[in-house]
Design a protein around this ligand. Structure first.
Ligand SMILES: [Zn+2]
Ligand SMILES: [Zn+2]
Length: 237
């Protein structure tokens, strides 16, 4: 499978997105389901096939990492070819990087159990929710991190609101930047906001880079370039 430019994994052609879902067949596993995007040649790759390698790479890397910086950890994971430029594997990545950095920064957490729970929750979030659900998978993943650390459930008083506050802060920043989607940009923003929120409200201070510089724009045909807060300054000219 190709990993360039966030396009069809079967042939490399651009994807076409629909407002209403259509019946499709996965090129990899032959699963028949409904979905919102096929490539210009008619190929479809299901979420399960798209994110299988990426999710396992995320969890294996986090399980052994000693990094306290969730963005450095995410960038290390993103550099592996198991992660595509965009895709639902990022819905596991954001929360896993946060859980790991939180634990490594001194937060009380059974990381192994937390990653198992995050995996279970994050696999329920499909690709494309940013455009179709009015939220973002990286923001939801950061919400899962917060929920797991605080022990939130639908019935908890404080943790329920604290978790929603974090995702609302992330979505506010994502809305300010605007579309089209970029899973790298959204992940970096989710991690910045979650680390800041954790320091403010939970007393655990993760590390963050002084400046986040994206190195993945060559693989994203829809990169906002100078309108993206992570586009390299030296490339502005
Ligand atoms: Zn194709
Ligand atoms: Zn499939």
């Amino acid at each position: 499978m190709t990993r360039s430019l966030g396009v069809c994994l079967a042939c490399g052609e651009p994807l076409r997105y629909f407002e209403a879902a259509q019946e499709v067949t996965c090129e990899e596993c032959s699963r028949v389901e409904t979905a919102h995007a096929i490539c210009q040649s008619g190929h479809y790759v299901c979420d399960q096939c798209h994110r299988a390698r990426g999710v396992e790479h995320v969890l294996a890397t986090c399980a052994t990492s000693d990094l306290r910086d969730p963005i450095a950890l995410a960038q290390q994971i993103m550099a592996d070819d198991a992660l595509y430029p965009n895709g639902p594997e990022h819905h596991t990545l954001a929360g896993a990087a946060l859980l790991t950095a939180y634990r490594n920064a001194g937060g009380a957490l059974d990381l192994s159990a937390a990653l198992v729970e995050l995996r279970r929750r994050s696999l329920a979030v499909p690709g494309g929710v940013c455009g179709y659900w009015g939220t973002c998978g990286a923001a939801i993943s950061a919400g899962m991190y917060c929920s797991i650390v605080l022990g939130a459930t639908p019935m908890t008083l404080g943790p329920w609101g604290q978790t929603a506050r974090l995702t609302s802060r992330i979505l506010d920043r994502l809305a300010d930047v605007g579309g089209p989607r970029c899973c790298k940009r959204s992940t970096f923003i989710a991690l910045q906001e979650a680390a800041a929120y954790t320091a403010e409200t939970m007393g655990v201070t993760m590390e963050l880079p002084a400046q986040v510089t994206c190195t993945f724009m060559a693989r994203n045909a829809e990169c906002l370039r100078t309108a993206c807060p992570f586009f390299p300054k030296r490339a502005h000219a």
